[in-house]
Ligand binder design. Structure first.
Ligand SMILES: [Zn+2]
Length: 222
């Protein structure tokens, strides 16, 4: 799943009005920040395999540290704790922890059976939404559109830049989604990993900018 993870980040602004968007977006992306780093380091293994699923040409053979169920729980707790150390925002920490874990749930819905339960266990699970291109586009597209509506309902621009920044990040994500979904298959897994890290860095930089130019519509104690 790609823009579905961003959808979780945008929508969670409503549940955590005081939490910066950059954190809310990073949380549901986190497992896919760990994954390309471990792939580039040779610790986790994957390969480009056109046709492996109808929608995504990747054979995600071995990713116990970034994407097993047990590690997803531990990453969620660690991420929430790391945020809480630097922020007096307990509500935000809980929302961020749930955001990290949402990645595993969404990947479980979309992936072929390639998600493990814990490092060292052979069992794999995944419901395989990616086997249907129309169903993938319908689910991800609907979730993304709904999440932007929720985010716009939860925040307002402080100045014109607050509106332009949001339009910019939505346009970037849609173009990246279309290119990665319908462009030629990537040359190798290193290119996939580097592209994923680069796209994430661009979105987070835009989110930092958006955070300076938008504010919550209402404040919630927590
Ligand atoms: Zn993932």
């Amino acid at each position: 799943m790609f823009i579905g993870h961003f959808a979780v980040g945008f929508a969670s602004q409503r549940a955590a009005p005081r939490t910066p968007l950059v954190w809310l977006l990073l949380a549901p992306l986190w497992l896919d920040v760990v994954w390309p780093i471990l792939v580039l380091a040779g610790i986790e293994r994957a390969s480009v395999s056109p046709g492996f699923t109808a929608f995504v040409p990747l054979d995600l053979a071995h990713m116990p540290w970034s994407h097993s169920l047990t590690m997803a729980v531990l990453w969620s707790i660690a991420f929430a704790g790391a945020y809480r150390l630097g922020h007096a925002d307990a509500r935000g920490a809980v929302v961020l922890g749930l955001g990290v874990f949402s990645h595993w749930v969404l990947d479980w819905i979309t992936h072929a059976p390639d998600l493990g339960i814990a490092p060292g266990l052979a069992a794999r699970t995944g419901l395989g939404l990616w086997n249907s291109i129309p169903a993938t586009l319908a689910v991800e597209g609907t979730a993304f559109a709904a999440s932007i509506a929720v985010y716009v309902g939860a925040t307002r621009p402080r100045d014109p830049a607050g509106r332009r920044g949001l339009v910019g990040v939505v346009a970037f994500l849609l173009v990246a989604y279309v290119v990665s979904s319908f462009g030629p298959p990537p040359p190798d897994i290193r290119a996939v990993a580097l592209a994923l890290l680069a796209a994430t860095a661009i979105v987070l930089a835009l989110a930092v900018w958006i955070d300076r130019h938008r504010e919550p519509r209402r404040t919630v104690q927590g």
